[in-house]
Design a protein around this ligand. Structure first.
Ligand SMILES: Cc1ncc(COP(=O)(O)O)c(C=O)c1O
Length: 370
């Protein structure tokens, strides 16, 4: 008799649904027999500019060394990040995307009998990494689509080890200010590690958003995670980082895969960090695209959740799934977010002006069909 290997998986894993990524262009092209060149993908919060020229040049140079293992300590990138972020090199943890950092935290600090706290409508990876290690996911109802930080404090108990908060949050784009973050950090018990996920911070820096790094020195239970996947345009390479105390970084380093960040990613990230022009261009493009999408949504009589990310959740006022399907038939891929408890919204990544226009035209057409 063979074993039931679903039933044999640990209970937290049995209850998980796999992460659903944005639909790849080639998949849609295959399914609907469309020309991939005519498909617009605004579904995964990627940078529509493509990787920057400096990153691409660094990759070309690094290709020659593919036979060698990468620098397992990521010295060059960690040094640059430490300098940039005003921390010591031993406070930096590199990850295979910032997802990896979230997973390292869960593996190091969570276990059956312990719990992690996060918000309703928060990033889908928080429940995955929590349940994957058999810990309890405590989901706190959102307030106006955003994190209700005081309510999150209320559910923390002696068995809470981690709180995940995203600023801005994906898929809602909601954010909290410096005062709210400061109040929260002051009240979180010292035994709870606060993971402040700043995957989109570069789009909103200097705006109403606090810079998590400003709080690191005062709060040894704070870890700030960031990524090169969004504003730095390197999603395919998978590179992100965490900034924390050296103690937390040491703990994460114990459970990390020895070569979790590959050589091309290390080289490209170093170059991207120094390409301030590309970053500025990305921000400007995002601001203009956000305006364009908001104006377009307004013209169609639709509302949206105000967002500080490179995406916007538009409220269709009715079930979004059929509209998503209709958009696919028009060659436009966006992201349905029913799995985030938002069945009436679609999340649209800000694209190039022509891509945004193409989405708005397709949306008008699909909505007109009723
Ligand atoms: C809020 C948030 N955190 C983390 C990530 C992880 O991104 P990556 O692993 O590419 O760094 C994402 C990606 O969508 C995100 O939206």
């Amino acid at each position: 008799m063979s074993g039931d290997f679903l039933a044999l998986a640990q209970p937290g894993v049995q209850q998980l649904s796999p992460y659903v990524p944005g639909k790849p262009v080639d998949e849609l092209a295959r399914e609907l027999d469309l020309d991939p060149a005519n498909i617009v993908k605004l579904a995964s919060n990627e940078n529509p500019l493509g990787a920057g020229p400096k990153a691409l040049a660094a990759i070309r140079e690094a290709v020659g060394e593919l036979t060698r293992y990468p620098d397992g300590n990521g010295f060059a990138l960690k040094s640059l990040l430490a300098e940039r972020c005003g921390v010591e090199i031993d406070q930096v943890t590199l990850g295979n995307g910032s997802n990896d950092i979230l997973e390292l935290v869960a593996r190091a600090y969570l276990a059956p009998g312990l719990n992690a706290v996060f918000s309703e409508h928060a990033f889908a990876v928080y429940p995955i990494v929590t349940q994957a290690v058999g810990a309890e996911a405590r989901v706190v109802p959102a307030k106006d689509w955003g994190h209700d930080l005081p309510a999150m404090l209320q559910v923390i108990d002696a068995n809470t080890r981690v709180v995940f908060i995203a600023n801005p949050n994906n898929p809602t784009g909601t954010w909290f200010g410096a005062e709210a973050l400061s109040d929260f950090l002051q009240d979180v018990p010292a035994h709870v590690l606060v993971v402040l996920d700043e995957a989109y911070i570069e789009y909103a820096e200097g705006d109403d958003l606090p810079d998590g790094l400003d709080f690191l020195a005062a709060y040894p239970n704070l870890l700030v995670s960031r990524t090169f996947s969004k504003a730095y345009g390197l999603a395919a390479l998978r590179v992100g980082y965490g900034l924390s105390t050296a103690v937390v970084a040491d703990v994460l380093n114990r459970v990390r895969q020895p070569f979790n960040v590959n050589s091309l990613a290390l080289a490209a990230a170093c170059a991207a960090l120094q390409d301030t022009e590309y970053l500025e261009q990305s921000r400007r493009l995002n601001e203009a695209g956000m305006q364009q999408l908001q104006e377009g949504a307004r013209a169609l009589g639709l509302s949206w959740i105000a967002s500080k990310g490179n995406f916007i959740a538009i409220d269709l006022g009715r079930l979004a799934a059929p509209v998503f399907q209709g958009l696919l038939r028009e060659g436009v891929i966006v992201r349905p977010v029913a799995n985030y408890g938002m069945p009436n919204h679609l999340r649209i990544t800000i694209g190039l002006p022509a891509e945004n226009a193409r989405f708005l035209e397709a949306l008008a057409k699909v909505l007109a069909r009723g």
